[in-house]
Design a protein around this ligand. Structure first.
Ligand code: ZN
Length: 275
């Protein structure tokens, strides 16, 4: 499932492809949306931005196309406007006469006016966007101190976009390992130092991932591993998808396990205690 940095990169690609152009034609798999395509056709596309795991394409006159990638959604663009070959089902396409964008497999799509955004069931409940440069450590720490979130197991809470927007499965595993926090620990189990460390990592790791194309390992280590012949996939993570391999910090094998409803990767030595 795509996480904040991956959605953000998809939005940046769509923005570079579509912004400033006129949407000549839109196609929707759903008939109810297709019947409303004319609300957007012929209008300029202003911008494409990520909001949590959703993407908002803004058109002239405060009109928006909302799409959420869900588990398997995937955007593709083509410079010549032709549809890329895919075995996935096409849900939406945006044609400009030049480049075009295609959304496959994701069915959570809506045409909205600006006034609808504040009451949209997904958008209205999103927590602070970790990849927005305006979101700072104090904002994240205030969220961590909020008693509403004190009792939930962290590996699940971190992936709840209502808590903080931008973290999914791999980032949750990497952040908890980085902070030496047990996957099932709760915020109320953490002392002030650990809360601070967690706030720092919740900003730093997603931002590093965005900047590096997905690396959450220590950058110097990831570089050294790749220089020794490791693939990008093998070098990018500290614990995620590394079950059975030694922890970089203590040497004990990383384990794959399920805590509070989420399958994750962790080091039983470095992340031993729930406090
Ligand atoms: Zn370890």
């Amino acid at each position: 499932m795509p996480e904040g940095p991956e959605i953000r990169r998809a939005a940046a690609l769509l923005d570079a492809t579509l912004a400033g152009r006129v949407a000549r034609r839109l196609t929707f798999a759903r008939a109810d949306l297709q019947s409303r395509a004319r609300e957007l056709e012929g209008r300029h596309i202003v911008s494409v931005r990520a909001r949590g795991k959703a993407i908002l394409t803004r058109f002239e006159e405060n009109r928006y196309l909302y799409s959420h990638n869900q588990l398997y959604g995937r955007w593709q663009v083509s410079e010549d406007g032709r549809q890329p070959k895919s075995r996935r089902s096409l849900r939406l396409s945006i044609h400009t006469g030049g480049p075009a964008a295609f959304l496959y497999s994701a069915s959570d799509i809506a045409i909205l006016m600006q006034a609808d955004l504040a009451s949209h069931p997904y958008l209205a409940r999103l927590g602070p966007e970790l990849l927005d440069t305006a979101v700072d450590e104090a904002t994240v720490l205030a969220r961590i101190e909020d008693p509403r979130f004190a009792r939930r197991g962290l590996v699940a809470l971190l992936q709840d976009q209502r808590f903080l927007a931008g973290i999914g499965n791999y980032l949750a595993a990497e952040i908890l390992h980085h902070c030496r926090i047990h996957p099932a620990a709760r915020l109320r189990d953490l002392d002030a130092d650990r809360r601070q460390t967690l706030a720092d990592a919740c900003l730093a790791l997603p931002r590093q991932s965005l900047a590096t194309g997905g690396i959450t390992n220590t950058l110097s280590r990831a570089t050294a591993l790749q220089q020794r012949g490791a693939s990008f996939e093998a070098a990018r993570f500290q614990v995620y998808r590394r079950a059975g391999l030694p922890c970089y910090r203590c040497g004990r094998p990383i384990e794959k396990a399920r805590f509070v409803g989420k399958t994750t990767y962790w080091c039983p030595a470095c992340q031993a205690k729930e406090a």
